[in-house]
Design a protein around this ligand. Structure first.
Ligand code: XMP
Length: 514
Protein backbone atom coordinates (compact mmCIF):
# COMPACT_ATOMS: atom_id res chain seq x y z
CA UNK A 1 0.00 0.00 0.00
CA UNK A 2 1.16 3.46 -0.80
CA UNK A 3 2.50 4.89 2.46
CA UNK A 4 0.47 8.02 1.74
CA UNK A 5 -2.77 6.37 2.83
CA UNK A 6 -1.52 4.72 5.96
CA UNK A 7 -3.09 5.09 9.41
CA UNK A 8 -1.69 5.42 12.91
CA UNK A 9 -2.94 3.46 15.92
CA UNK A 10 -3.41 5.10 19.30
CA UNK A 11 -3.28 2.41 21.98
CA UNK A 12 -5.56 3.46 24.83
CA UNK A 13 -4.14 2.74 28.27
CA UNK A 14 -6.91 4.84 29.82
CA UNK A 15 -5.21 8.24 29.81
CA UNK A 16 -7.32 11.39 29.87
CA UNK A 17 -5.60 12.71 26.74
CA UNK A 18 -6.03 9.69 24.45
CA UNK A 19 -8.58 11.50 22.30
CA UNK A 20 -6.35 14.53 22.07
CA UNK A 21 -3.59 12.35 20.61
CA UNK A 22 -5.95 10.87 18.02
CA UNK A 23 -7.42 14.31 17.21
CA UNK A 24 -4.00 15.85 16.76
CA UNK A 25 -2.88 13.11 14.39
CA UNK A 26 -5.99 13.71 12.30
CA UNK A 27 -5.36 17.44 12.43
CA UNK A 28 -2.03 16.60 10.80
CA UNK A 29 -4.08 14.85 8.13
CA UNK A 30 -3.32 11.26 8.98
CA UNK A 31 -6.20 8.97 9.97
CA UNK A 32 -5.87 7.68 13.53
CA UNK A 33 -7.78 5.00 15.36
CA UNK A 34 -8.03 4.39 19.09
CA UNK A 35 -7.69 0.72 20.03
CA UNK A 36 -7.50 -1.21 23.28
CA UNK A 37 -4.17 -2.84 24.30
CA UNK A 38 -5.76 -6.27 23.78
CA UNK A 39 -6.15 -5.53 20.06
CA UNK A 40 -2.66 -4.08 19.63
CA UNK A 41 -0.97 -7.18 18.24
CA UNK A 42 -3.72 -7.93 15.72
CA UNK A 43 -4.12 -4.31 14.56
CA UNK A 44 -0.43 -3.52 14.27
CA UNK A 45 0.05 -6.36 11.78
CA UNK A 46 -2.36 -4.78 9.32
CA UNK A 47 -0.79 -3.50 6.11
CA UNK A 48 -2.30 -0.02 6.32
CA UNK A 49 -0.81 0.76 9.74
CA UNK A 50 2.23 3.04 9.59
CA UNK A 51 2.97 3.16 13.31
CA UNK A 52 1.52 3.34 16.80
CA UNK A 53 1.33 5.77 19.68
CA UNK A 54 1.07 4.39 23.22
CA UNK A 55 -1.07 6.72 25.30
CA UNK A 56 -0.84 7.85 28.90
CA UNK A 57 -2.73 5.98 31.59
CA UNK A 58 -3.72 6.12 35.25
CA UNK A 59 -1.97 2.89 36.30
CA UNK A 60 1.64 2.33 37.27
CA UNK A 61 3.82 0.27 34.93
CA UNK A 62 5.49 -1.01 38.09
CA UNK A 63 2.40 -3.07 38.82
CA UNK A 64 2.00 -4.38 35.28
CA UNK A 65 3.23 -7.45 33.49
CA UNK A 66 4.51 -6.07 30.19
CA UNK A 67 5.66 -9.32 28.58
CA UNK A 68 2.85 -9.28 26.03
CA UNK A 69 3.37 -5.68 24.92
CA UNK A 70 7.10 -6.32 24.72
CA UNK A 71 6.49 -9.31 22.46
CA UNK A 72 4.29 -7.20 20.18
CA UNK A 73 6.85 -4.40 20.03
CA UNK A 74 9.66 -6.82 19.23
CA UNK A 75 7.65 -8.57 16.55
CA UNK A 76 7.40 -5.48 14.36
CA UNK A 77 9.60 -3.00 12.53
CA UNK A 78 6.90 -0.33 12.69
CA UNK A 79 7.68 2.91 14.54
CA UNK A 80 6.28 3.49 18.01
CA UNK A 81 5.91 6.61 20.12
CA UNK A 82 5.23 6.23 23.85
CA UNK A 83 3.71 9.13 25.76
CA UNK A 84 3.79 9.45 29.59
CA UNK A 85 2.64 5.97 30.71
CA UNK A 86 3.71 4.82 27.22
CA UNK A 87 7.20 6.23 27.88
CA UNK A 88 7.47 4.38 31.18
CA UNK A 89 6.08 1.22 29.62
CA UNK A 90 8.79 1.27 26.94
CA UNK A 91 11.47 1.88 29.56
CA UNK A 92 10.37 -1.04 31.72
CA UNK A 93 9.69 -3.40 28.82
CA UNK A 94 13.16 -2.92 27.33
CA UNK A 95 15.10 -3.18 30.57
CA UNK A 96 15.35 0.42 31.77
CA UNK A 97 14.47 1.51 35.30
CA UNK A 98 11.21 3.11 36.43
CA UNK A 99 10.87 4.34 40.03
CA UNK A 100 8.07 5.71 42.16
CA UNK A 101 8.08 9.18 43.68
CA UNK A 102 11.63 10.15 42.67
CA UNK A 103 10.40 13.18 40.78
CA UNK A 104 6.77 14.26 40.69
CA UNK A 105 5.97 16.74 37.98
CA UNK A 106 2.59 18.24 37.32
CA UNK A 107 1.79 21.11 34.99
CA UNK A 108 4.04 23.27 32.87
CA UNK A 109 7.66 22.12 33.00
CA UNK A 110 10.77 23.43 31.25
CA UNK A 111 12.41 20.92 28.92
CA UNK A 112 15.98 21.00 27.58
CA UNK A 113 17.05 19.04 24.53
CA UNK A 114 20.33 17.17 25.05
CA UNK A 115 20.40 15.11 21.86
CA UNK A 116 18.52 16.05 18.72
CA UNK A 117 16.88 12.96 17.25
CA UNK A 118 14.29 12.87 14.45
CA UNK A 119 11.43 13.45 16.89
CA UNK A 120 12.90 16.72 18.16
CA UNK A 121 13.91 18.09 14.74
CA UNK A 122 13.31 21.84 14.30
CA UNK A 123 12.52 22.47 17.97
CA UNK A 124 14.25 25.17 20.03
CA UNK A 125 16.81 23.97 22.56
CA UNK A 126 14.40 24.68 25.43
CA UNK A 127 10.61 24.75 25.56
CA UNK A 128 7.63 24.43 27.96
CA UNK A 129 5.83 21.12 28.13
CA UNK A 130 2.89 19.64 30.05
CA UNK A 131 3.77 16.95 32.58
CA UNK A 132 1.61 14.78 34.79
CA UNK A 133 3.45 11.88 36.42
CA UNK A 134 4.48 10.21 39.66
CA UNK A 135 6.52 7.31 38.33
CA UNK A 136 9.70 8.32 36.56
CA UNK A 137 12.12 6.67 34.17
CA UNK A 138 15.44 6.91 36.02
CA UNK A 139 17.50 4.80 33.61
CA UNK A 140 16.85 4.28 29.90
CA UNK A 141 17.08 0.80 28.41
CA UNK A 142 20.60 -0.29 27.44
CA UNK A 143 21.94 1.52 24.34
CA UNK A 144 18.97 3.93 24.24
CA UNK A 145 19.68 7.66 24.12
CA UNK A 146 18.21 10.29 26.42
CA UNK A 147 17.14 13.13 24.14
CA UNK A 148 15.81 15.70 26.60
CA UNK A 149 15.60 16.34 30.33
CA UNK A 150 13.17 18.30 32.47
CA UNK A 151 14.10 21.08 34.89
CA UNK A 152 13.91 18.54 37.75
CA UNK A 153 16.44 16.37 35.97
CA UNK A 154 13.95 13.70 34.86
CA UNK A 155 14.33 11.92 31.54
CA UNK A 156 11.83 13.86 29.44
CA UNK A 157 12.32 11.90 26.21
CA UNK A 158 14.41 9.05 24.84
CA UNK A 159 14.84 6.81 21.82
CA UNK A 160 16.40 3.56 20.69
CA UNK A 161 17.62 5.79 17.85
CA UNK A 162 16.06 3.50 15.34
CA UNK A 163 12.27 3.32 15.50
CA UNK A 164 11.09 3.68 19.09
CA UNK A 165 10.65 7.12 20.67
CA UNK A 166 9.06 8.30 23.86
CA UNK A 167 8.25 11.41 25.83
CA UNK A 168 7.39 11.77 29.50
CA UNK A 169 5.54 15.00 28.68
CA UNK A 170 2.35 15.30 26.62
CA UNK A 171 2.99 16.66 23.10
CA UNK A 172 -0.75 16.36 22.34
CA UNK A 173 -1.92 19.03 24.80
CA UNK A 174 -1.92 22.66 23.78
CA UNK A 175 0.13 23.68 26.85
CA UNK A 176 3.13 21.91 25.33
CA UNK A 177 4.97 24.32 23.06
CA UNK A 178 5.74 22.76 19.66
CA UNK A 179 3.75 19.67 20.66
CA UNK A 180 2.13 19.49 17.26
CA UNK A 181 5.56 19.74 15.64
CA UNK A 182 6.72 16.73 17.67
CA UNK A 183 3.74 14.68 16.50
CA UNK A 184 4.30 15.92 12.96
CA UNK A 185 7.93 14.78 13.14
CA UNK A 186 6.76 11.37 14.29
CA UNK A 187 4.31 11.08 11.39
CA UNK A 188 6.45 12.49 8.60
CA UNK A 189 10.06 11.78 9.57
CA UNK A 190 9.62 8.51 11.44
CA UNK A 191 6.47 6.86 10.06
CA UNK A 192 6.92 8.49 6.64
CA UNK A 193 3.24 9.28 6.14
CA UNK A 194 2.40 12.34 4.11
CA UNK A 195 -0.78 14.36 4.81
CA UNK A 196 -3.76 12.68 3.13
CA UNK A 197 -6.74 12.48 5.47
CA UNK A 198 -9.72 14.69 4.68
CA UNK A 199 -13.06 13.68 6.21
CA UNK A 200 -14.96 15.30 3.34
CA UNK A 201 -13.43 12.80 0.91
CA UNK A 202 -15.14 9.80 2.47
CA UNK A 203 -18.70 11.10 2.29
CA UNK A 204 -19.38 9.51 -1.10
CA UNK A 205 -18.13 6.17 0.18
CA UNK A 206 -20.36 6.39 3.28
CA UNK A 207 -23.37 7.26 1.11
CA UNK A 208 -22.60 4.30 -1.12
CA UNK A 209 -22.27 1.97 1.90
CA UNK A 210 -25.67 3.04 3.24
CA UNK A 211 -27.22 2.56 -0.20
CA UNK A 212 -25.86 -0.98 -0.32
CA UNK A 213 -26.87 -1.79 3.23
CA UNK A 214 -30.50 -0.74 3.13
CA UNK A 215 -32.54 -3.24 1.15
CA UNK A 216 -35.06 -2.17 -1.51
CA UNK A 217 -38.36 -1.14 0.06
CA UNK A 218 -36.82 -0.86 3.54
CA UNK A 219 -37.28 2.41 5.39
CA UNK A 220 -34.97 4.23 7.78
CA UNK A 221 -35.94 6.32 10.77
CA UNK A 222 -33.75 9.05 12.26
CA UNK A 223 -34.20 11.18 15.37
CA UNK A 224 -33.18 14.75 14.58
CA UNK A 225 -32.46 17.44 17.11
CA UNK A 226 -31.25 20.34 14.98
CA UNK A 227 -27.64 19.78 16.01
CA UNK A 228 -24.87 19.27 13.51
CA UNK A 229 -24.53 15.51 14.19
CA UNK A 230 -28.12 14.46 13.66
CA UNK A 231 -28.67 16.90 10.79
CA UNK A 232 -25.56 15.66 8.97
CA UNK A 233 -26.59 12.05 9.62
CA UNK A 234 -30.02 12.76 8.15
CA UNK A 235 -28.58 14.50 5.10
CA UNK A 236 -26.07 11.72 4.36
CA UNK A 237 -28.78 9.07 4.76
CA UNK A 238 -31.15 11.10 2.60
CA UNK A 239 -28.48 11.31 -0.10
CA UNK A 240 -28.27 7.52 -0.02
CA UNK A 241 -31.92 6.48 0.07
CA UNK A 242 -33.99 9.63 -0.55
CA UNK A 243 -37.55 9.64 0.72
CA UNK A 244 -37.24 6.26 2.36
CA UNK A 245 -35.77 8.28 5.25
CA UNK A 246 -38.22 9.40 7.94
CA UNK A 247 -37.00 11.99 10.44
CA UNK A 248 -38.62 12.40 13.84
CA UNK A 249 -38.14 15.53 15.88
CA UNK A 250 -39.30 15.24 19.48
CA UNK A 251 -39.68 18.56 21.20
CA UNK A 252 -38.88 17.63 24.78
CA UNK A 253 -39.56 21.17 26.00
CA UNK A 254 -35.89 21.19 26.97
CA UNK A 255 -34.68 22.70 23.70
CA UNK A 256 -32.98 25.99 22.96
CA UNK A 257 -34.98 29.08 22.02
CA UNK A 258 -36.66 28.74 18.58
CA UNK A 259 -35.04 25.33 18.06
CA UNK A 260 -38.18 23.62 16.78
CA UNK A 261 -38.80 26.21 14.05
CA UNK A 262 -35.14 26.11 13.01
CA UNK A 263 -35.08 22.32 12.71
CA UNK A 264 -38.16 22.28 10.48
CA UNK A 265 -36.68 25.06 8.37
CA UNK A 266 -33.28 23.36 7.95
CA UNK A 267 -34.63 19.94 7.02
CA UNK A 268 -36.95 21.51 4.48
CA UNK A 269 -34.00 23.43 3.10
CA UNK A 270 -32.03 20.22 2.46
CA UNK A 271 -34.98 18.54 0.77
CA UNK A 272 -36.04 16.09 3.50
CA UNK A 273 -39.76 15.60 3.04
CA UNK A 274 -40.69 13.07 5.70
CA UNK A 275 -40.40 14.99 8.94
CA UNK A 276 -42.59 14.14 11.91
CA UNK A 277 -42.65 16.78 14.66
CA UNK A 278 -43.92 15.78 18.10
CA UNK A 279 -44.58 18.24 20.88
CA UNK A 280 -43.91 16.19 24.01
CA UNK A 281 -42.93 19.00 26.34
CA UNK A 282 -45.80 18.43 28.79
CA UNK A 283 -45.05 14.72 28.99
CA UNK A 284 -41.38 15.34 29.81
CA UNK A 285 -42.06 18.06 32.37
CA UNK A 286 -44.56 15.84 34.12
CA UNK A 287 -42.06 12.97 34.35
CA UNK A 288 -39.34 15.30 35.63
CA UNK A 289 -41.38 16.95 38.37
CA UNK A 290 -39.62 16.87 41.76
CA UNK A 291 -36.60 15.02 40.33
CA UNK A 292 -33.30 16.59 41.38
CA UNK A 293 -30.69 13.87 40.87
CA UNK A 294 -28.84 14.55 37.56
CA UNK A 295 -28.40 10.90 36.62
CA UNK A 296 -32.07 10.13 37.34
CA UNK A 297 -33.06 13.12 35.20
CA UNK A 298 -30.92 11.80 32.36
CA UNK A 299 -32.36 8.32 32.70
CA UNK A 300 -35.95 9.57 32.70
CA UNK A 301 -35.34 11.75 29.65
CA UNK A 302 -33.56 8.94 27.84
CA UNK A 303 -36.30 6.42 28.55
CA UNK A 304 -39.14 8.79 27.73
CA UNK A 305 -37.42 9.82 24.53
CA UNK A 306 -37.06 6.23 23.40
CA UNK A 307 -40.67 5.45 24.33
CA UNK A 308 -42.05 8.33 22.26
CA UNK A 309 -39.65 7.60 19.45
CA UNK A 310 -40.78 3.98 19.35
CA UNK A 311 -44.45 4.96 19.39
CA UNK A 312 -43.90 7.18 16.39
CA UNK A 313 -41.51 4.95 14.49
CA UNK A 314 -43.94 2.04 14.75
CA UNK A 315 -46.42 4.07 12.71
CA UNK A 316 -44.00 4.21 9.77
CA UNK A 317 -44.31 1.27 7.36
CA UNK A 318 -41.48 -1.22 6.95
CA UNK A 319 -38.89 0.51 9.13
CA UNK A 320 -35.82 -1.67 9.40
CA UNK A 321 -33.05 0.79 10.22
CA UNK A 322 -32.24 3.51 12.70
CA UNK A 323 -29.85 6.26 11.57
CA UNK A 324 -28.09 7.82 14.52
CA UNK A 325 -25.65 10.73 14.84
CA UNK A 326 -23.18 8.99 17.15
CA UNK A 327 -19.70 10.47 16.83
CA UNK A 328 -16.33 9.03 17.81
CA UNK A 329 -15.98 10.52 21.32
CA UNK A 330 -19.57 9.47 22.16
CA UNK A 331 -18.59 5.86 21.67
CA UNK A 332 -15.51 6.17 23.83
CA UNK A 333 -17.12 8.17 26.67
CA UNK A 334 -19.90 5.60 26.78
CA UNK A 335 -17.43 2.76 27.04
CA UNK A 336 -18.16 1.07 23.72
CA UNK A 337 -14.55 1.34 22.54
CA UNK A 338 -11.32 1.59 24.53
CA UNK A 339 -12.52 -0.35 27.54
CA UNK A 340 -9.96 1.38 29.75
CA UNK A 341 -11.52 4.86 29.60
CA UNK A 342 -13.89 5.58 32.45
CA UNK A 343 -17.54 6.59 32.16
CA UNK A 344 -18.12 10.12 33.38
CA UNK A 345 -21.75 10.79 32.53
CA UNK A 346 -24.30 8.63 30.82
CA UNK A 347 -24.95 10.22 27.46
CA UNK A 348 -28.52 9.29 26.74
CA UNK A 349 -28.26 9.62 22.97
CA UNK A 350 -25.90 6.65 22.89
CA UNK A 351 -27.13 4.65 25.86
CA UNK A 352 -30.67 3.82 24.81
CA UNK A 353 -31.72 2.35 21.50
CA UNK A 354 -35.26 1.31 20.76
CA UNK A 355 -34.54 -2.39 21.29
CA UNK A 356 -38.15 -3.54 21.05
CA UNK A 357 -38.20 -2.64 17.39
CA UNK A 358 -35.11 -4.64 16.62
CA UNK A 359 -33.72 -2.04 14.26
CA UNK A 360 -30.36 -2.26 12.58
CA UNK A 361 -28.08 0.69 13.11
CA UNK A 362 -26.70 3.23 10.62
CA UNK A 363 -24.06 5.45 12.18
CA UNK A 364 -22.42 7.39 9.34
CA UNK A 365 -20.42 9.63 11.70
CA UNK A 366 -19.22 7.06 14.20
CA UNK A 367 -15.55 7.48 13.29
CA UNK A 368 -15.42 11.27 13.25
CA UNK A 369 -14.62 14.00 15.71
CA UNK A 370 -16.94 16.96 16.02
CA UNK A 371 -14.84 19.32 13.92
CA UNK A 372 -14.61 16.66 11.22
CA UNK A 373 -18.42 16.41 11.26
CA UNK A 374 -18.52 20.17 10.80
CA UNK A 375 -16.22 19.86 7.76
CA UNK A 376 -18.49 17.19 6.32
CA UNK A 377 -21.61 19.29 6.97
CA UNK A 378 -19.97 22.19 5.22
CA UNK A 379 -18.98 20.04 2.27
CA UNK A 380 -22.56 18.78 2.03
CA UNK A 381 -23.72 22.37 1.62
CA UNK A 382 -25.59 22.69 4.91
CA UNK A 383 -26.29 26.25 6.09
CA UNK A 384 -23.54 27.91 8.12
CA UNK A 385 -25.66 28.14 11.26
CA UNK A 386 -25.74 24.33 11.31
CA UNK A 387 -22.06 23.58 10.90
CA UNK A 388 -20.97 26.33 13.26
CA UNK A 389 -23.60 25.51 15.87
CA UNK A 390 -22.39 24.72 19.38
CA UNK A 391 -22.92 21.15 20.55
CA UNK A 392 -26.10 20.72 22.55
CA UNK A 393 -26.50 17.76 24.92
CA UNK A 394 -29.20 15.17 24.27
CA UNK A 395 -31.00 15.85 27.59
CA UNK A 396 -31.02 19.52 26.60
CA UNK A 397 -31.53 22.24 29.17
CA UNK A 398 -32.13 19.58 31.83
CA UNK A 399 -28.37 19.30 32.36
CA UNK A 400 -28.15 23.08 32.79
CA UNK A 401 -30.85 23.33 35.43
CA UNK A 402 -29.61 22.39 38.88
CA UNK A 403 -32.30 20.89 41.09
CA UNK A 404 -35.91 20.44 40.01
CA UNK A 405 -36.85 21.39 36.46
CA UNK A 406 -39.85 23.67 36.18
CA UNK A 407 -41.21 26.07 33.59
CA UNK A 408 -39.83 29.13 35.36
CA UNK A 409 -36.24 27.85 35.46
CA UNK A 410 -36.53 26.58 31.90
CA UNK A 411 -37.67 29.99 30.69
CA UNK A 412 -34.77 31.69 32.46
CA UNK A 413 -32.22 29.20 31.16
CA UNK A 414 -33.52 29.44 27.61
CA UNK A 415 -33.81 33.23 27.46
CA UNK A 416 -30.48 33.87 29.15
CA UNK A 417 -28.68 31.35 26.92
CA UNK A 418 -30.12 33.02 23.82
CA UNK A 419 -28.75 36.37 25.00
CA UNK A 420 -25.29 34.88 25.63
CA UNK A 421 -25.17 33.29 22.16
CA UNK A 422 -26.51 36.42 20.49
CA UNK A 423 -23.92 38.67 22.12
CA UNK A 424 -21.08 36.32 21.22
CA UNK A 425 -22.28 36.25 17.61
CA UNK A 426 -22.49 40.04 17.50
CA UNK A 427 -18.95 40.29 18.84
CA UNK A 428 -17.77 37.75 16.22
CA UNK A 429 -16.69 35.35 18.97
CA UNK A 430 -19.31 32.60 18.70
CA UNK A 431 -17.11 30.32 16.62
CA UNK A 432 -14.13 30.85 18.90
CA UNK A 433 -15.76 29.00 21.74
CA UNK A 434 -16.97 25.43 22.13
CA UNK A 435 -20.12 26.14 24.12
CA UNK A 436 -21.76 29.14 25.74
CA UNK A 437 -24.87 28.93 27.87
CA UNK A 438 -26.70 29.86 31.06
CA UNK A 439 -27.10 27.69 34.14
CA UNK A 440 -29.89 28.10 36.72
CA UNK A 441 -30.18 26.55 40.17
CA UNK A 442 -32.41 27.10 43.17
CA UNK A 443 -30.29 29.66 45.01
CA UNK A 444 -31.78 33.12 45.17
CA UNK A 445 -30.25 36.57 45.50
CA UNK A 446 -32.00 39.61 46.89
CA UNK A 447 -32.35 42.32 44.30
CA UNK A 448 -33.47 45.90 44.54
CA UNK A 449 -35.55 46.81 41.55
CA UNK A 450 -36.91 50.30 41.69
CA UNK A 451 -37.78 50.73 45.33
CA UNK A 452 -38.72 47.16 46.01
CA UNK A 453 -36.65 44.29 47.33
CA UNK A 454 -37.20 41.14 45.38
CA UNK A 455 -35.63 37.72 45.53
CA UNK A 456 -34.63 36.40 42.13
CA UNK A 457 -32.66 33.60 40.52
CA UNK A 458 -28.91 33.49 40.01
CA UNK A 459 -27.82 32.84 36.42
CA UNK A 460 -24.34 31.45 35.89
CA UNK A 461 -22.79 32.12 32.51
CA UNK A 462 -20.61 29.23 31.31
CA UNK A 463 -18.43 29.80 28.23
CA UNK A 464 -15.71 27.29 27.40
CA UNK A 465 -13.11 26.60 24.77
CA UNK A 466 -12.35 23.03 23.88
CA UNK A 467 -11.16 20.81 21.06
CA UNK A 468 -13.48 17.89 21.61
CA UNK A 469 -15.33 18.45 24.90
CA UNK A 470 -13.09 16.01 26.76
CA UNK A 471 -11.13 18.83 28.37
CA UNK A 472 -12.04 22.51 28.37
CA UNK A 473 -10.80 25.91 29.45
CA UNK A 474 -13.12 28.61 30.74
CA UNK A 475 -13.18 31.42 28.22
CA UNK A 476 -11.33 34.60 29.17
CA UNK A 477 -14.07 36.91 28.01
CA UNK A 478 -13.48 40.63 27.94
CA UNK A 479 -15.19 42.51 30.75
CA UNK A 480 -17.16 44.85 28.55
CA UNK A 481 -18.82 41.99 26.74
CA UNK A 482 -19.45 40.17 30.00
CA UNK A 483 -20.95 43.32 31.43
CA UNK A 484 -23.23 43.66 28.43
CA UNK A 485 -24.37 40.05 28.72
CA UNK A 486 -24.97 40.45 32.43
CA UNK A 487 -26.97 43.68 32.05
CA UNK A 488 -29.08 42.25 29.26
CA UNK A 489 -29.91 39.14 31.29
CA UNK A 490 -30.93 41.22 34.31
CA UNK A 491 -32.98 43.62 32.22
CA UNK A 492 -34.59 41.22 29.79
CA UNK A 493 -35.06 37.97 31.71
CA UNK A 494 -37.68 38.31 34.35
CA UNK A 495 -36.92 37.13 37.87
CA UNK A 496 -33.12 37.15 37.66
CA UNK A 497 -31.25 39.27 40.20
CA UNK A 498 -27.66 38.11 39.86
CA UNK A 499 -25.35 36.96 37.05
CA UNK A 500 -22.11 35.09 37.77
CA UNK A 501 -19.38 33.76 35.46
CA UNK A 502 -18.03 30.18 35.74
CA UNK A 503 -14.24 30.22 35.97
CA UNK A 504 -13.31 26.56 36.41
CA UNK A 505 -11.89 24.45 33.62
CA UNK A 506 -12.49 20.77 32.83
CA UNK A 507 -10.99 18.93 34.62
CA UNK A 508 -11.90 19.20 37.41
CA UNK A 509 -15.37 20.56 36.53
CA UNK A 510 -17.42 19.08 33.73
CA UNK A 511 -18.72 21.47 31.10
CA UNK A 512 -22.39 21.00 31.96
CA UNK A 513 -23.25 21.46 35.62
CA UNK A 514 -25.24 18.24 35.96
P1 XMP B 1 -19.41 17.33 30.22
O1 XMP B 1 -20.49 18.08 30.91
O2 XMP B 1 -19.44 15.84 30.47
O3 XMP B 1 -19.71 17.49 28.68
O4 XMP B 1 -18.05 17.93 30.44
C1 XMP B 1 -18.83 17.18 27.64
C2 XMP B 1 -19.55 17.44 26.34
O5 XMP B 1 -20.61 16.51 26.21
C3 XMP B 1 -21.87 17.16 26.18
N1 XMP B 1 -22.78 16.40 27.02
C4 XMP B 1 -23.73 15.59 26.54
N2 XMP B 1 -24.10 15.30 25.29
N3 XMP B 1 -25.78 13.87 26.11
C5 XMP B 1 -25.13 14.46 25.07
O6 XMP B 1 -25.51 14.23 23.93
C6 XMP B 1 -25.47 14.10 27.40
O7 XMP B 1 -26.07 13.55 28.32
C7 XMP B 1 -24.38 15.01 27.63
N4 XMP B 1 -23.78 15.48 28.75
C8 XMP B 1 -22.81 16.33 28.35
C9 XMP B 1 -21.63 18.56 26.72
O8 XMP B 1 -22.56 19.47 26.23
C10 XMP B 1 -20.21 18.83 26.30
O9 XMP B 1 -20.12 19.31 25.00
Amino acid sequence: MESRYKKVLVVDFGGQYTHQIARRVRELKVYSEIISPEDFEKELKKMDIAGAILSGGPKSVLDEDLENVKKVLESTEKPVLGICYGHQLLAKAFGGLVEKNVVREYGRTRIKIVYRDKLLTDLPEEFWAWMSHWDTVTKPPKSWIVTSISESGAIASMTDNHRIYSTQFHPEVTHTEHGLKILENFLRKICYVEPWWDPGDVVEKIVEDIRNMVGPGENVVCAVSGGVDSTTTAVITHKAIGDRLYCIFIDTGLMRKDEREEVVETLKHVGIKNLIVIDASKRFLEKLRRITDPEIKRRIIGEEFIRIFEEEALKIPNVKWLAQGTIYPDRIESGRVGAKSSLIKSHHNVGGLPDKMNLKLIEPLKDFYKDEVRMIARKLGLPKNIWTRHPFPGPGLAVRIIGEINEEKLRICREASAIIEEELKRAGLYEEVWQAFAVVGDDKWVGVMGDTRKEGYIVTVRIVQSIDGMTADWYKINYELLDKISRRIINEVENVTMVTYAVTSKPPSTIEPC
